[in-house]
Structure formats: C-alpha cells, structure tokens
Design a protein around this ligand. Structure first.
Ligand code: ADP
Length: 489
C-alpha cells in the first residue's frame, strides 16, 4: 500500500500542477528539516547540562567536600561518630570562598542550613526545593530551569557524621545559559531566513524552468489557422528536452498545412467548375420565366424557387472563390479614392430590391456632398449588402433596417443597424471567423446560413485598410460598423 502522503498528492490534489507539487514538497522537507534540527538541538542541550555540568560540578564539590573529610580524618573513630554538629560543619565551611554565587548547604535532621550568603541569593524555600530535588535524584545531580535567566545546577553528596548531618549540597547558577539561548535564537532566525531564501530560490527556479514553456505557449496562441505557413516553431535556443516536442509539433503543422492547401484547392476548383453551369442554369430558368407567359402557376412558382436557390448557390460559390483567392493572395481589392455616398446609395438600391418587405433607410448624418474614402467601391457595396442581408435574416419580418454614414476624425463610419435578436457577448468575436455561427441566434424558416458572410466582410475591409466591428445587445438589436480611411481628394 502506498503511503498516505503519496495518495493525497496523487488523488486528492489531482489538479495540482507539477510546479505546485514541487514547491509544496520542498516546503514540507524544509519544515521537516527544521523540526528535526530543533529536536537534535534540544537533545544536545540536555546532554550539555546533564553530562558536562555534572562533571564540572562534581569536580568543584569534591574540592570543598575535601575540607570536610580532612577534618573528619583528623578525628578518632569515636569522635567522628559523635561528630559532627551543624555548628562544626558551619565553622569548617566558614573558611571556604564561594565565587559566582555558589552556595553550599548542609541538610540533615536539623534541617536546611545555608552557608554564608546563601540566603542573600535565594529564598530559603527555593534553596530547600533545589536541595531536595538533588538529593532525590539517583545521581545526586539536577538542573533547575525554572528561573529562565539563571538556571541552576545542583549536586548533593552524603556526609559522614552524626545524626544532624546529612547532605552537602552545592548549587551553581549556570551562567552559560544566555549564550545557549542566543545561539538557539540565531539558529532559529537563520533557519527561517534559509527557509525563506529557499522558497524564493525555488519560485525563481520554477519560473526559469517554465519560461520556455510559457514562451512556447504564447507562440502557440499567436498561431492563426489561416496562416499555417508561418506556424512552425523554431527549435533554436530551446532546451534539449523540448526538441522532440517541437519536432512533433512542426510535423503536425506540416500535415495540417498540406491538408489545408488541399482543401483550399478543392474549394477553389469546385467554385470555378460549378459557377459556369450555375450561371447557365440560372440564365435558362430566367429566360423561361420571362418568355413563357402560359406557364402554370405551380410550374412558375417552382421555377422561381429553383432560380432563387441557384442564385444562393452562386453567391456561396463566389464567396468561396473570394476566400480561396484571398488565401492564395490573388484577391484584388482596390485602395483608391471613391465617393462612398454614391456607393451607399447603390447598396441601398440593391438592398431595397432584394428585401422589398423591410423598410431600409439611409441616414447621411450631415454628410451631403461627395465624401471620398480610400478603398474599393464594389467591395464596400458587397460588404454593406452582406450586412443588410444579415440584418434582415436575423430580425422580425418587416423590421426596419438603417444604414448610417458618419464622419469621425480621419475616418468614415458605415453602420448597419437592426432591431433583431442581438448576439450574445461571448460570440461577438468568433462570428467573424469562417463557418462560425453564433450559438443562441436562430434563423428564420426558409433562410439559409453558411457562416461565411462576416468572414468575407472582415477580409474585404482589411483588404481596403479598414475595419469591421459589432455592438450588440440581446433582444435590442445589432450594429455592424465598417470604417474606412477618409480621402481628401
Ligand atoms: P451566416 O449569416 O451565413 O450564418 P455570417 O458570417 O454572415 O454567416 O454570420 C455569422 C453568424 O453571425 C450568423 O450565423 C449569426 O449567428 C450571426 N449574425 C450575423 N449577423 C447578425 C445579426 N444582424 N443579428 C444577429 N446575429 C447575426
């Protein structure tokens, strides 16, 4: 069975990125390291007190204890046994010097007897407690850390002698404690700084490691499907690990390029080959409709319908042809001055013929003399026809469509406005792509849609050095705005 930690990382946090996992694991390791180091330091500290201090203290206690044993050695056995009263011990110890607050105590049946100055440093109750702790411990040694600033090391040895005698207790403040604490603080701070530095280094490291990935990602995002010719990713200056990936990607782009070229060639051939027969069929239908006045109403209706469909197919074919010419850089779009008011009038006239059921109005917005723009008159008319067609298609029957012309700075704006369904905000960009239709926009029965019209408008407007954009609100309507550069001549 796998460890819990591993399962957590794998299952519960499936959405974690590699970078986050790496970062988390590193922080966990750093944290573990600091816990282990704290435990080890605490152990070392304990060792220092118990081993080192005990040894030092024992050496010191022996020297003062020797004073007492020397005295006892000078007595006979009987004298020694009847000895020694606490007064004796006191007088023997009088001669000893206790430096650095060292304290000697005699503790026996007579109770605790602090030697000279002992009660100046400590309360009698404290002294008693230290002494009892030392006597009770198996080694006679104890460290009292209750007072953080000056912890005490206490050593007790049993005294020979009479009933009043008991233990000789030696207390010593551990002055090295502040040093130990400072060292501990330095260690803690340095560990925190190290952790922080490691976290920063890890973040910077991860950013560096993932920089090539980010660069490739942004290059991939810039690739346009209709510009596959320049879609290859260069493998120069890339880490070695990415080379196979880049080769695979470039191979895939190559395959896509070939397939796209085949498709374009196919569309171009089909459009070419179909257009002539379509024109012939349409011509024949038209001439039958014009010449034969004795046609039955049913046959006439059928022929009118057939003609409409042929014309629609023809429009689609010329759209496809335009697109494939543009893909092959063969589409001719002029960039020359022309009177856009005249073009708008022509577009209006054609639209009114094509959509007799809808009131279509043209608003000049104060522009009443020839207004020259840079572009291609026929192509502008084509764009406006396309937009008016859409406005009719996606609005209620007999809904009003308006075409406004405005001047703005150095540009002329042509706005086709409808009161139709409107386009959802998240679809307003993609409707300019080939074969894309807006989700949620419905087509009236009998109307057809290829998803090509707006991509052609965009292509033509860009060809003329202009732009197209849309403003739309669901249930209110849409405004498609074309912009062309104004010309002074
Ligand atoms: P088509 O109309 O043949 O589908 P277009 O490229 O002209 O292709 O339009 C793309 C899509 O944009 C349409 O399918 C429709 O969903 C949406 N659209 C275009 N014009 C309008 C409009 N005036 N009102 C609402 N939706 C529109």
């Amino acid at each position: 069975m796998r460890p819990l930690f591993w399962r957590l990382m794998k299952n519960q946090h499936r959405s974690w990125s590699i970078a986050r996992r790496l970062f988390g694991i590193s922080l966990l390791l750093i944290f573990l390291q600091s816990v282990i180091s704290t435990v080890v330091t605490a152990q070392l500290r304990r060792h220092f007190f118990n081993e080192f201090l005990e040894e030092t203290l024992s050496r010191q206690i022996v020297s003062s204890y020797n004073v007492i044993s020397n005295r006892l050695d000078q007595m006979s056995v009987d004298e020694a046994y009847s000895c020694c009263s606490i007064e004796d011990y006191r007088s023997w110890l009088e001669g000893l010097s206790f430096e650095n607050g060292k304290v000697a105590l005699i503790i026996g049946e007579a109770g605790l007897q602090a030697t000279r100055d002992a009660d100046r440093f400590y309360e009698i109750t404290e002294l008693s407690r230290y002494a009892k702790d030392a006597i009770a411990s198996s080694t006679g040694f104890t460290v009292d850390e209750a007072d953080e600033d000056v912890p005490l090391a206490v050593q007790a040895v049993k005294l020979p002698g009479g009933v009043e005698t008991g233990f000789y207790v030696y207390i010593r403040p551990v002055y090295s404690m502040p040093l130990v604490r400072t060292l501990m603080q330095i260690k803690l701070v340095s560990e925190l700084v190290l952790m922080l530095a490691l976290a920063v280094a890890l973040l910077v490291g991860l950013r560096l490691v993932f920089r090539p990935v980010r660069r490739i990602k942004s290059e991939l995002a810039r690739i346009e499907l209709n510009q596959l010719e320049s879609a290859d990713l260069s493998s120069r200056d890339r880490p070695r690990e990415f080379q196979p990936l880049l080769q695979e990607f470039n191979g895939m782009v190559g395959r896509l390029r070939r397939s796209s070229a085949d498709q374009k060639q196919f569309a171009s051939t089909i459009s070419h080959e179909f257009r002539t027969p379509m024109t012939v069929i349409s011509g024949f239908i038209q001439s039958v409709l014009n010449r034969d006045e004795n046609l039955r109403a049913q046959s006439r209706d059928a022929l009118v319908l057939a003609n409409r469909e042929v014309l629609r197919l023809n429009r689609m074919l010329s759209d496809l042809l335009d697109l494939s010419r543009s893909d092959n850089n063969q589409l001719k779009v002029l960039r020359e001055p022309f009177d856009c008011l005249a073009s708008c009038n022509e577009a209006l006239r054609l639209a009114q013929i094509a959509y007799p059921n809808n009131p279509i109005v043209l608003e000049y917005c104060g522009l009443n003399q020839p207004v020259y723009v840079i572009g291609d008159s026929d192509r502008l008319i084509q764009c406006l026809k396309n937009l008016v067609g859409n406005a009719v298609k996606y609005s209620e029957l007999r809904s009003e469509i308006s075409l406004e012309i405005n001047a703005q700075d150095d540009s002329i704006l042509f706005t086709v406005k409808d009161h139709g369904q409107g386009i959802p905000a998240d679809q307003q960009e993609r409707i300019f792509e080939r074969f894309q239709r807006a989700d949620g926009v419905t087509l009236r029965r009998g109307d057809s849609s290829s998803g090509l019209g707006l991509s052609i408008v965009k292509m033509l407007m860009e060809g003329m050095g202009g732009t197209v954009r849309v403003q739309s609100e669901i249930g209110v309507g849409s405004r498609f705005i074309l912009t062309l550069q104004r010309s002074l001549s």
